[in-house]
Write a protein that binds this ligand. Structure first.
Ligand SMILES: [Zn+2]
Length: 615
């Protein structure tokens, strides 16, 4: 239990007391003098709580030391601080960012001027955790325009980066799609613009690599040229040890902003059996302290070129033809990949089902895919759906509900019990959400438009989703959809949800064009799609927990629930709504362990179990 904190923390101080009052577990943690927002409707606020092992055992309002305690335990005095259930991003591409090249400049994701970006690079260059000469990188997680209109020059980067090569690379860029295949307004390049400093330019232009970066270090958006070549080169040469190191580094950043769980949405072109090795190894080593629930995406497996997505799905689900045997679908794993796809993983790493493009958003293919999934006893599906796709996908789901009711091969949990979802849902109307609620399909809403305000969709439809939650019982989960197509910070998403303002101040949500007179759906949903921070926090906790079928033990501060809680470093509920994105964790607890502390409430060097001589 002590490994995680001892790995992360150095220093010494004593703001934590150990109180001895009888028989107890040394592992117990009591949090007192807290403003606990529990998300538990039966007990919405409290000021103290007790954790024993990996569970919350009591949530109360005494604040008196000893009332719940049976003995020695670590006491954290929250000093009036806000405590919330740990945040769960329902749809994030964490792993793609975790295994990228170099030492990630995490703070650069939240930089919105050139000066802030350069300060973040300078700080990372001076970080004692970064070895001399190591690459500093921001790959994905940003849009180049956010830094006061564009990237710094090569000279400006050189001035702050010391002996470190620096690479800044936007990994996602919407482009028009005149053909509107499957109703998509937009397609996307996976290589946006970028910028490198002199050391990085000379490295990539050097012997044996020779990628031909321009003298000024700028990288222009394209799919076949230098930008993509750099990414492919680094990805092919990033050793597993570095992938594990950067995965744990990103985990630490996640803990610092209060993230404790992630619906991992994989990636197009992602090598499922290779690119999750770092996560799997970190879990095997006992170092993974984020609850990763990943979605298998049946894309680009070896030998599948030319196949449709539904054919690839069949490959994933089983080598057997559909419904031709007594048992219909044998419980095979992915042929040749050696990859465990059972839902029954460990507490930190397991499959949640299929996503986010398991098939094209076309009615008969959606129905067929759902029938497949219901022949596995425990999988759910999570399907990308935007704009004109939404109606087709919902129709496919409704057809599938009718079909699977008659399917002799359907096994295990029913359609409703799978907790399936549609994701993104930009341009969804009130009617769409009501239809989804009627068949228990959840709505996962993400914030990609925060970085891409010119995207042709409207939304995200926060107000419509939360109103459908209240009126029709719709399940709603929230996420960022980073870290290639967007940021990863939940507080950036929450600020966007509250203010409606994109990174550049563009107001996207207050005057929703979808439902305006003359818009595509006049009156189709409320004209103001903004939400409150409390709605957003509920969405990021209790709401998101439903999507992994863990709402019975995650997402609330409640006795019996898993001890995943965060003490915030400020109260975002009382401050300027434009400062919400600056919120961080003071203390993050996952599975009953202090996995992160900023040192303000607990000392950095002493995790639980180290407190025997402390008083
Ligand atoms: Zn996504």
């Amino acid at each position: 239990m002590n490994r995680a904190i001892s790995k992360y923390a150095v220093g010494a101080a004593a703001l934590v007391c150990t109180c001895t009052a009888g028989i107890a577990y040394a592992d117990d943690i009591r949090i007192i003098n807290a403003n606990i927002i529990t998300m538990d409707e039966s007990n919405p606020v409290a000021n103290s709580m007790v954790i024993s092992g990996n569970r919350i055992v009591s949530v109360g309002n005494s604040g008196r030391r000893g009332e719940n305690g049976q003995g020695r335990m670590k006491v954290i005095n929250a000093r009036g601080g806000v405590v919330i259930p740990g945040l769960i991003d329902q749809h994030l591409h964490f792993n793609r960012s975790a295994i990228t090249w170099g030492y990630a400049i995490h703070d650069a994701e939240g930089a919105y001027t050139k000066a802030e970006l350069l300060a973040a690079i300078a700080a990372r260059a001076a970080d004692p955790e970064v070895p001399p000469g190591a690459f500093l990188s921001l790959i994905g997680r940003h849009v180049g325009e956010q830094f006061g209109g564009g990237y710094p020059t090569i000279a400006e980067l050189d001035a702050v980066s010391g002996d470190h090569p620096v690479i800044l690379l936007q990994r996602w860029l919407p482009v028009p799609n005149p053909a509107r295949e499957f109703g998509d307004f937009n397609m996307a390049l996976s290589a946006g613009p970028g910028q490198v400093n002199t050391l990085a330019r000379d490295f990539f232009n050097g012997p044996g690599i020779a990628l031909g970066i321009a003298a000024d270090g700028s990288l222009t958006p394209d799919t076949t040229g230098t930008n993509e070549a750099i990414y492919a080169w680094t990805r092919a040469r990033n050793p597993i040890e570095e992938q594990i190191r950067s995965t744990l580094d990103l985990q630490r950043w996640a803990h610092s902003v209060g993230l404790v769980g992630i619906g991992e949405s994989g990636g197009g072109g992602f090598r499922q059996s290779q690119d999750f090795r770092a996560l799997a190894q970190a879990d095997t080593d006992g170092d993974l302290k984020l609850r990763i629930r990943f979605q298998v995406r049946p894309l680009d497996a070896p030998g599948t070129s030319g196949q449709t997505r539904i054919e690839r799905l069949a490959n994933v689900m089983s080598a057997a033809p559909l419904a031709e045997t007594e048992t219909c679908v044998p419980n095979n794993e992915i042929s040749g990949e050696g990859f465990q796809i059972s839902r029954h993983g460990g507490p930190f790493y397991k499959v949640m089902g299929l996503g986010e493009f398991f098939t094209a958003p076309v009615t008969p293919l959606i129905s067929e895919a759902v029938v497949y999934i219901l022949r596995r006893h425990d999988w759910s599906f999570h399907q990308h759906a935007e704009a004109e796709q939404i109606a087709s996908v919902i129709q496919g789901l409704e057809d599938a509900v009718a079909a699977t009711a008659l399917d002799p091969c359907a096994i295990g949990a029913s359609f409703a019990e799978r907790h399936n979802s549609l994701d993104h849902l930009n341009d969804a109307t009130d009617d769409d959400f009501e239809r989804m609620a009627a068949i228990d399909v959840g709505a996962g809403i993400q914030a990609v438009r925060f970085l891409f305000p010119d995207w042709e969709f409207s939304g995200p439809p926060y107000r419509a989703a939360f109103d459908a939650q209240r009126d029709h019982g719709l399940h709603v989960g929230c996420g960022a959809d980073g870290m290639f197509a967007g940021h990863g910070n939940p507080w950036t998403t929450l600020q966007f949800m509250v203010t409606g303002e994109a990174f550049d101040g563009t107001q996207l949500l207050a005057n929703d064009p979808l439902s305006a007179p003359g818009g595509p759906f006049p009156g189709g949903r409320a004209s103001d799609q903004r939400a409150t921070l409390m709605e957003g926090l509920q969405c990021y906790t209790k709401g998101s927990a439903w999507f992994t079928r863990e709402e019975h033990e995650r997402g609330q501060v409640k006795a019996g629930f898993l001890a995943d809680v965060v003490i915030l470093d400020r109260s975002p509920l009382n401050g300027d709504e434009h400062s919400i994105r600056e919120t961080k964790a003071a203390v993050t607890i996952v599975d009953g362990e202090i996995v992160y502390t900023d040192g303000s409430l607990t000392d950095r060097g002493r995790g639980r179990g180290h407190d025997d001589d402390d008083d």
